[in-house]
Design a protein around this ligand. Sequence first.
Ligand SMILES: *Cc1c(COP(=O)(O)O)cnc(C)c1O
Length: 370
Amino acid sequence: MTIPFLAPRESYLELKEEIDSAYQRVMNSGTYILGEEVRQFETDFATYCGSKHCVGVASGLDALILSLKALGIEEGDEVIVPSHTFIATWLAVTSVKAIPIPVEPDPATFNINSDQLECAITSKTRAIIAVHLYGLPADLPAISYICKKHNLFLIEDAAQAHGARVNGTRIGSHGDAVCWSFYPGKNLGAFGDGGAITTNSDIIAERTRILGNYGSKKKYENEVCGVNSRLDPLQAAMLRVKLNHLDRWNKHRQEIADIYISSLTGTGIELPVIPVNYDHVWHLFVIRHPRRDSLQEYLAKNDIISLIHYPIPPHLQEAYRSNDLIGHRYPIAEKMAEQVISLPIGPHIGDQTAHFIAGCVLNFLASNSS
Ligand SMILES: *Cc1c(COP(=O)(O)O)cnc(C)c1O
């Protein structure tokens, strides 16, 4: 039997009764846009994150775009982004016509290298987007300090880090706006698209809420040119159910990560590094190997599906061909794209399966060592 990379249906089967009753509650309520379910989820998620506000939106990408707009970032402004991230981080910046300024990752943590941030700041820089890649929080103490010092906004792309902590504090209120995705494969995933912004700022909460609802606070009165980006009440109701299980699922991910780490330490494969006082939530378990493609083939032959996050860095994407960035080299991001491989992790991977997968990686290493 093939070991899938993700199994989103399993979370439905596990919680079928609760999910079905949430679905029926919404269907019988007669409210299919916003309403009590969305408001309740926003309250629950803000409480979970320790933030003052949560604003539901239609996707993680929209959360980023609306945050940039709410902060007044516009054409010609520079926004510092990681060179190694999912394309959405960059798309948000270019969709408001601002300029993404890439900074390379620390190869040990995969997250933006905070030592290199200050070199990238110019008089046009308005914000830094810190991505908590793969589930590990970025270096928030240093990044927050740099933002304050240079009067920049801090936006967090927390799409992969539901429940992660820095120095015991959950992600969700460090930056001016913290952006979440509830895409089904995320640690907290809906059964369709969804997203949210958490913030301690009354102003940013109000602005993002208005921007996502046609620029209107009062029906048919439009203060600004907004868009339609709202969290679906069906998704909100099902997310309320799943939020109660998030910590347990994250704990399970940690157990699987522990198995991988203990099995693969000292074998020559590059393992993820977790800084002291950081709680990783293992959205992805990413290792590095110079013969990554052969490793992926070997795993596939053993019925293990692995994925690459991500095979082409944003600056080399066709989408950014006409961008000035195309002439620049980001060698660390490019090397990551060549060497990273993600092993299956999540509630659907049991301990025995994790041992089997780690064993296959070890067999590959043994057969390649000569
Ligand atoms: C998934 C993801 C997004 C986008 O979320 P969507 O809900 O798919 O729009 C943004 N940034 C990162 C890092 C992601 O992993």
